[in-house]
Design a binder for this molecule. Structure first.
Ligand code: IMP
Length: 180
């Protein structure tokens, strides 16, 4: 549990998120229309709400799979080690794949996961992230679709946590520490 007290200031309302998810679903539909099955791969755990809303807006045959990665800062190099904690269950070779991320921050996680999945020879692999913090980027990586570009703020809600809390907020808010 976070030790410092904080409040959450609303940044993106539930209504605004829903409207954007609907818009994005149309663009994804246009990209993948005609596919026999789209494998939608969510990055655990932060993407679970986004992926649930997104697939319900998609009028396409979909399979849902998950992958969990965790990244560790490396004190000695300006690189991050990304470890896979849970791998895919299904096959993606020759399939159309959409990778769903909550936030692209430094970009290490998405870049690593895309590299791993591309090595499995999907027919087509695209990426979508609900949030993008371009000012934090450390590697050359961007998602094909972005819900919202945001400044360098720590955010929670809509599946995204602060020390495993606040994932169940319907909106996205920024964390503001209130002192001792
Ligand atoms: P990256 O490898 O630095 O791009 O890390 C992306 C991951 O860091 C995201 O999938 C989130 O789990 C986490 N993260 C980045 N920014 C935030 C934030 O503002 N709130 C909560 N988690 C975040």
């Amino acid at each position: 549990m976070p030790k410092r007290p904080y409040v959450i200031d609303e940044m993106i309302s539930a209504k605004t998120i829903a409207a954007r998810v609907e818009e994005l679903s149309h663009q994804i539909h246009d990209e993948f229309s005609g596919t026999d099955k789209l494998v939608v791969v969510g990055l655990l755990r932060g993407s679970f709400v986004f992926i649930a809303d997104l697939v319900r807006e998609l009028d396409l045959p979909v399979e849902v799979d998950f992958i969990e990665a965790s990244s560790y800062g490396n004190q000695t190099e300006s690189s991050r080690e990304v470890r896979i904690l849970k791998d895919l269950r299904g096959e993606i070779s020759g399939r159309d794949v959409l990778v769903v991320e909550d936030i692209v921050d430094t970009g290490h996680t998405l870049k690593h996961v895309v590299g791993l999945l591309n090595a499995k020879n999907p027919a087509r692999l695209k990426t979508i992230a609900l949030l993008d913090k371009p000012s934090r980027r450390e590697v050359d990586m961007s998602a094909d679709w972005i819900g919202f570009e945001i400044p360098d703020e720590f955010v929670v809600g809509y599946g995204i946590d602060f020390a495993q809390r606040n994932r169940n907020l319907a909106h996205i808010g920024k964390v503001r520490f209130t002192g001792e």
